[in-house]
Design a binder for this molecule. Structure first.
Ligand code: B12
Length: 372
């Protein structure tokens, strides 16, 4: 169906939003379908879909709908096949640059990332435009980033048992809802857009606590209740890893004095990745060994690098073997601070020399102090 455009229902499915939402965006903000043939319903063109995608991404990030619509209307060529040659991202950012005062997010923005949003959004648009252009102008046939999972109205406060949702609770941050929705749609670019904007606007610790943690915990609960959505968990984890590793690291000349590792057989590493990124944000370098570090490998790494502080993460009870900590403490030169982090450690059985963190902010504070 080249260039025939999409019906409202098909457009809503592609975007992963309700048809009523599309109607509201049309009636209140003028983001309607532009293709019209006498005697037929109006249809959404590629250009319309590009504008709607901008609208969806910005509102998902917590930008007020009227502001988001203003930006969406200024990106007329974002999804046009012809715009791939004239770089839609530069079109979007030049329209932003030509505006003397870019619209700011809502009065109490959940994410202060207006300018950052636009920079990030241009990256997203570039990718999505390429995808659409690659589908020979056919919206029906494309399977790219506009293809949202049908009916995935995730990020609601629905109970964990029902539907294709991630339950976040009624007080969840709007950006966390956007992240949950993007995760359920398996929309990697949208997840990066939200995460990058939040990290730039709020910093790593707030992004971890307000967005990433609630959505990870929600996905975990969905998995526990349904034994499904492993694919969501994987792509979300991947997107979080990418966003956290995008935080600039301190200059390499500063030798890291903190060593971060996951316990033997422990595959959960995201909290350590958040710790490394948050430390980097405050100018503190660290060495992150990653998942499943055998006890002997950790001892070797400590002996070779002589860190002041070692953080060992255990998520699962089965990986929280205290012997790993005892072996570190028995080294001729043990670290000044040895921290057991994560819910896998048996708190009452930990040696008294071991430090326990209460959370990410606590960990950043203690590791940064011990690294100086
Ligand atoms: C992402 C994820 C994965 C990813 C990990 C990717 C990665 N690179 O890390 C993958 C897909 C690899 C994975 C694998 C598995 N997973 Co998993 N996973 C998760 C998920 C969704 C998030 C993990 C995470 O990062 N948690 C960290 C934060 C977000 O959550 P939290 O630990 O509850 O937070 C508390 C504290 O840790 C603390 N805190 C939070 N952040 C920080 C940061 C710092 C620095 C500190 C100090 C403290 C701190 O505050 C919170 C309140 O107390 C959790 C759900 C969950 N609730 O954790 C399941 C979860 C941990 N996984 C689970 C399971 C069962 C598995 C598998 C066994 C599945 C399988 N069948 O293969 C494997 C285990 C593999 C292994 N041997 O390690 C279960 C564990 C159940 C249990 N209690 O034993 C969970 C809880 C999901 C569930 N509800 O069923 N998983």
């Amino acid at each position: 169906m080249a260039n025939d455009g999409l019906s409202a229902g098909a457009a809503a499915r592609r975007l992963g939003v309700a048809v009523t939402t599309l109607r509201t965006w049309h009636q209140r903000y003028g983001l309607g379908p532009s293709r019209h043939e006498p005697g037929h319903h109006r249809r959404y063109t590629l250009e319309d879909m590009g504008r709607l995608q901008v609208m969806q991404r910005l509102t998902a990030q917590g930008v007020a709908p009227a502001e988001a619509a203003a930006w969406a209307r200024r990106s007329p060529d974002v999804a046009s096949p012809s715009s791939t040659t004239s770089s839609p991202s530069s079109a979007a950012s030049s329209s932003a640059a030509s505006s003397s005062a870019p619209p700011s997010p809502s009065p109490a923005p959940p994410c202060e990332a207006s300018a950052d949003s636009l920079e990030s959004s241009s990256g997203v648009l570039e990718r999505s435009s390429g995808t659409l252009a690659g589908s020979s102008g056919s919206l029906e046939g494309s399977s790219g980033s506009l293809a949202g999972a049908p009916g995935s109205f995730a990020g609601s406060s629905a109970p964990a048992g029902g539907g294709q949702t991630i339950a976040l609770g009624p007080r969840a941050d709007p950006a966390a809802r956007g992240l949950a929705r993007a995760a359920m749609r398996l929309d990697g670019p949208a997840m990066r857009f939200i995460l990058d904007g939040a990290i730039a606007g709020r910093g790593v610790i707030a992004t971890w606590e307000q967005l990433i943690m609630p959505v990870l915990i929600g996905v975990g609960e969905r998995y526990e209740a349904t034994a499904r959505f492993v694919e969501v968990e994987h792509l979300l984890s991947r997107s979080v890893t990418e966003a956290l590793s995008g935080v600039p690291r301190p200059p390499w000349e500063i030798a890291p004095r903190a060593l971060l590792a996951a316990a033997d057989e422990e595959q959960h590493t995201l909290p350590l990745e958040a710790l490394a990124a948050a430390l980097a944000e405050s100018g503190v370098p660290s060495r992150l060994l990653g998942a499943r570090v055998p006890s002997q490998a950790l001892l070797d790494a400590v002996e070779r690098t002589g860190p002041a502080v070692v953080v060992l993460w255990s998520q699962l009870r089965s990986t929280g073997d205290v012997a790993q900590l005892e072996r570190l403490l028995a080294l001729p030169h043990p670290p000044l601070v040895l921290a057991a982090a994560g819910p896998g450690w048996p708190a009452p059985d930990l040696p008294p020399e071991v430090t326990v963190f209460r959370g990410l902010a606590d960990a950043v504070r203690i590791v940064a102090a011990a690294s100086r």
